[in-house]
Each structure stands twice: as C-alpha cells, then as structure tokens.
Design a protein around this ligand. Structure first.
Ligand SMILES: C[S@@+](CC[C@H](N)C(=O)[O-])C[C@H]1O[C@@H](n2cnc3c(N)ncnc32)[C@H](O)[C@@H]1O
Length: 278
C-alpha cells in the first residue's frame, strides 16, 4: 500500500476494506462511541492537546475523521479543517451534522482513503491530525509520513492518536476472564477485526516504530497516553454501573498519562510531531 499511487480519475473514490467496514456502523458510531462516557473521557484528553497545538485561523488536515466530531469542535474554535475519511457513510454522517450546525463552519469533508493523500498535492496545511485509531488501519505509515511532509508546512504540527501495541487494562481484563486470545490480540503487531461481519486488518505499531516512520521529516516532541486509567470503550457498561470508580479513574488519567511506560501502554497513545524545516 502506498500513497504514491496513480492519480484517481476525477470523481472516482477508491474503496478500502476498513472504509467499507466502517460504512456498516456509521449510523450507530456516535451513539456507541462518540457519546459514550468512555469515548467522551478519552476524547476530552485529545481535545486539550489539539487546542494547545492548533490556533485560531490555522488550516488543518484531518485524516480518518469519522463522523466529524473533532473537525466540528475545532471549527467551533476558529480553526479551518479539511477532513478526510475512507468511509462514504461516515462522511455522509459528518456532512449531515455540518448542515445542522447553527453557524457556518469552516469545515470541508471529503471521502478519501489515507492511502490516496497524494490527491491533495499542492495543498498546504498548518498542521494535521488523526484521532482514535484510523491510522491503525493503514499498513504503510511511512507513506503517510511522506505525504504529510509535503502537505504540512515547515514547523507545522502533526498530532496522531493510535491504538497501542500493549494495553495493560485490556490485557488484565481479558486475562481475568481467561480469554488469552483476546488478551494477546495486539501483540504480534496486527489482527483481523470485524465490524458487523466485514473484515479488515488492524495494525499495532509501537511508539518506536511510528517515530522511525516519521523521523526523516518530523521530530517527536511529546507522547501522552490516552485511556491509561480510563478503560477501553467496550467497558462502557461497567463505567455506567460504577460511576464513582469511573470518576476516580478519570481523575487518575491525568497523572498516569504522562508517566513513562504507562503512557505507551494505555488503550491509545497520542504523539505530537513537528515538521522539520528543510
Ligand atoms: C475508530 S474511527 C475514528 C473516527 C474519528 N477520528 C473519531 O475520532 O471518532 C476510525 C476511522 O478511520 C477510518 N478509516 C479506516 N481506514 C481508513 C483509511 N485507509 N483511510 C481513511 N480513513 C480510514 C474509518 O472509516 C473510521 O471513520
């Protein structure tokens, strides 16, 4: 898979296995994840970093935007967002939400798989980001890094939130249930995922690997855990039943998310890069 693929004929959007799988859950995505207690808690931590990274009037590229939650949030803070996703249904939901925005928003949604970022050549952004594991669906992060190097201006920032290789809560949770296969599912670096019956491959690069993919053009300047004390979203029912304990974990999150070892063994990791000027 590579971003240096031949240009697409105008109006022709290529498919992607992950995009097709996410098509099937787009209608329920906000109810099940975006508006869940755990989804909100994890996203709040990402928003803090996004707001300290990007500024009013910045023009930012979003990869794997899903239903547009982050794009609409940033637009509400005066940041222009060009947001892409492989899933036609996710983009349709995002556009529907945009139409219901009370004020005109500086957001454009476009169906475009990350592997075809080359289609945007000639555009220039102050920064870029990807939230909640969209980049775990691509097998060539090196190609993504080179595309971003040509799309993001020198000294521009790139913020990436990916699922980790080792999630301690996940490991302990599934081991406690005696489900070794699920406890170890990320360890070999990839696994088959299924959404509503549609299969695709999810990759789990380590922080060191991601840093290596980006090092020619980007300098890693911060690494924060997301979902280190706050559990993964499939524990939503538990979080709802145990609101006191969940509140406690939310408070502990800030402490654990910056600790070495813990920050790269949460559900996700948030990496901030700066484009090296040439
Ligand atoms: C877990 S969702 C995250 C969505 C959104 N970023 C959020 O924070 O809610 C992952 C998203 O990545 C998208 N995706 C997966 N593979 C992709 C690819 N190769 N190119 C572009 N988008 C992709 C999916 O369609 C889906 O919308």
């Amino acid at each position: 898979m590579s971003t240096s693929r031949a240009a697409l004929p105008l109006g022709d959007v290529p498919g992607s296995a992950a995009g097709a799988a996410f098509d099937r859950i787009a209608v329920d995505y906000d109810r099940v994840f975006t508006d869940s207690l755990i989804g909100r808690a994890q996203r709040e931590a990402v928003w803090k970093v996004l707001l300290s990274t990007f500024h009013r009037n910045d023009k930012v590229l979003e990869l794997n935007c899903g239903t547009g939650e982050d794009a609409l949030f940033l637009a509400g803070n005066g940041i222009s967002v060009f947001a892409c996703d492989a899933s036609r249904e996710m983009i349709a939901r995002a556009e529907q939400r945009l139409r219901h925005e009370p004020q005109q928003s500086s957001v454009v949604f476009r169906q475009l798989p990350t592997e075809f970022l080359g289609e945007l050549s000639g555009m220039q952004f102050d920064g870029a980001f990807s939230n909640f594991s969209g980049l775990n669906c691509t097998d060539d992060l090196g190609a993504v890094a080179s595309s971003l190097a040509s799309l993001v201006r020198p000294n521009g920032r790139v913020v990436l939130c990916l699922s980790t290789r080792y999630s301690l809560i996940e490991i302990f949770y599934y081991l406690a249930l005696g489900q070794w296969k699920k406890a170890s599912r990320r360890w070999k670096g990839y696994s088959e995922a299924k959404l509503d019956g549609a299969k695709f491959t999810v990759y789990y690069p380590t922080v060191r690997q991601i840093r290596r993919y980006f090092r020619d053009d980007f300098r890693l300047y911060s690494c924060t855990g997301i979902g280190v004390a706050v559990p993964p979203s499939y524990l939503e029912m538990w979080a709802r039943k145990h609101s006191f304990l969940f509140g406690l974990l939310r408070r502990l999150e800030g402490f654990f998310s910056t600790l070495p070892i813990f920050r790269s063994t949460g559900d996700h990791v948030l990496l901030c890069f700066e484009r090296i000027p040439r």
